[in-house]
Write a protein that binds this ligand. Structure first.
Ligand code: ADP
Length: 351
């Protein structure tokens, strides 16, 4: 009966109270909760005495585990060279993130890099790719988390505490605006507010301490960020739509990867002229669609899919791209671009 009434009480708790209760419960019920984490992760969470690190002792194992599962291992298959254009952004990220992580002894004092970076710009322009490339290039533990999955202040605490145990560490938070938004609906939940306060507090801690933990936030809605968030994300980089040159590079690179590139330079120029305003992700969709052209044509001519021989198919042509341009439209409107540019002029570091 005691068990039943306790279960009932537990079910009626608010989410934050539930988190507190979980903290006590999971330790009692399942002290080996972390054991199935990869050994390399687990080793980082343990202090010299082999026990859970001091910084984690007042946190729930469930949360520690959830956060540890967000660690991305280094082999992410995105390199700087896979990202078209964005030379200034790459340079800045190199200086701000990669170098300090590789040589903390040089990048301190006046050269200290600041601990918060914001990547903002239209969707599909390579912000997440930059995050992944950082993970590949810097010898740091990399956490990739979407702001919407940070559902309690305890998880936020766990995120920064686990990162601190795994330093040097980079925390990449997607859609950071949803966490640090200035929109205050009348009924903004008490818990959402606590969550946000905790996040800002932890960011402050990152900044003032000696920990080597860097936070990168990515957003398509920089205008939604409030002043406190802006202040803590000291470097704000605009990640714009790709230039004509970058668009050509994306087409070439994607087709070459599959040995499908047989366009002339003139064709490539025409494709670039026709794709003004397309994002990197739109370009990828366009290439996908255009490369289907030869397959569609062969099937139309009555060849059965099972009998289709890759070597007999014609190459991808300018006409395929022109056909696909009717289907794949740019996803970012010119009005939206104005908003990014305005925000960049006001708060960004470079264009
Ligand atoms: P964001 O995080 O800015 O919304 P992503 O980094 O997730 O965009 O990009 C989505 C996809 O679009 C990538 O997987 C890649 O295929 C393509 N892409 C976007 N920008 C670029 C770029 N600059 N260079 C190469 N590919 C890109």
């Amino acid at each position: 009966r005691l068990m039943q009434s306790t279960t009932l009480k537990y079910k009626s708790l608010s989410p934050s109270k539930k988190d507190e209760a979980d903290f006590h419960l999971d330790e009692l019920l399942n002290p080996s909760l972390l054991n199935d984490l990869p050994k390399t992760h687990l080793d980082k969470l343990r202090g010299p005495d082999g026990e859970l690190h001091q910084k984690l002792r007042n946190l729930s194992l469930k949360h520690i585990k959830r956060i540890s599962n967000e660690i991305m291992d280094r082999d992410l298959n995105v390199r700087w060279d896979d990202i078209a254009g964005l030379h200034q952004a790459k340079q800045c990220v190199n200086e701000m993130v990669i170098w300090p992580l590789l040589r903390p002894d040089i990048f301190k004092g006046c050269r200290s890099p600041g601990r918060g970076l914001l990547l903002f710009g239209p969707p599909g322009t390579g912000k997440t790719m930059i995050g992944k490339a950082i993970a590949s290039e810097a010898k740091a533990t990399f956490f990739h988390i979407s702001a919407s999955s940070l559902t309690s202040k305890w998880l936020v605490r766990a995120l920064f505490a686990v990162a601190s145990c795994c330093q040097p560490a980079v925390i990449f938070v997607d859609e950071i605006d949803s966490l640090l938004s200035k929109r205050k609906s009348k009924d903004e939940h008490e818990e959402v507010r606590r969550l946000k306060t905790q996040f800002l507090l932890e960011m402050e801690g990152c900044d003032s301490g000696n920990d080597q933990v860097l936070l990168i936030g990515a957003t398509n809605r920089p205008k939604d960020l409030d002043e406190a968030a802006r202040r803590r994300l000291t470097k704000r980089l605009y990640i714009p739509l790709p230039s004509a040159e970058a668009r050509a590079w994306i087409v070439q690179n994607l087709l070459k990867k599959d040995n499908l590139f047989e366009l002339s330079m003139e064709d490539l120029d025409i494709i670039c002229n026709l794709t003004e305003g397309y994002s990197g992700s739109d370009m990828k969709n366009l290439v996908n669609d255009a490369s289907m052209g030869p397959v569609r044509e062969a099937l139309k001519q009555g060849i059965k899919l099972a009998n289709l021989n890759k070597n007999d198919m014609r190459s991808v042509t300018l006409q395929d791209f022109e056909d696909s341009l009717q289907e794949v439209r740019p996803s970012v409107s010119p009005n939206e671009l104005d908003t990014y540019e305005e925000w960049n002029t006001q708060f960004g570091r470079l264009s």
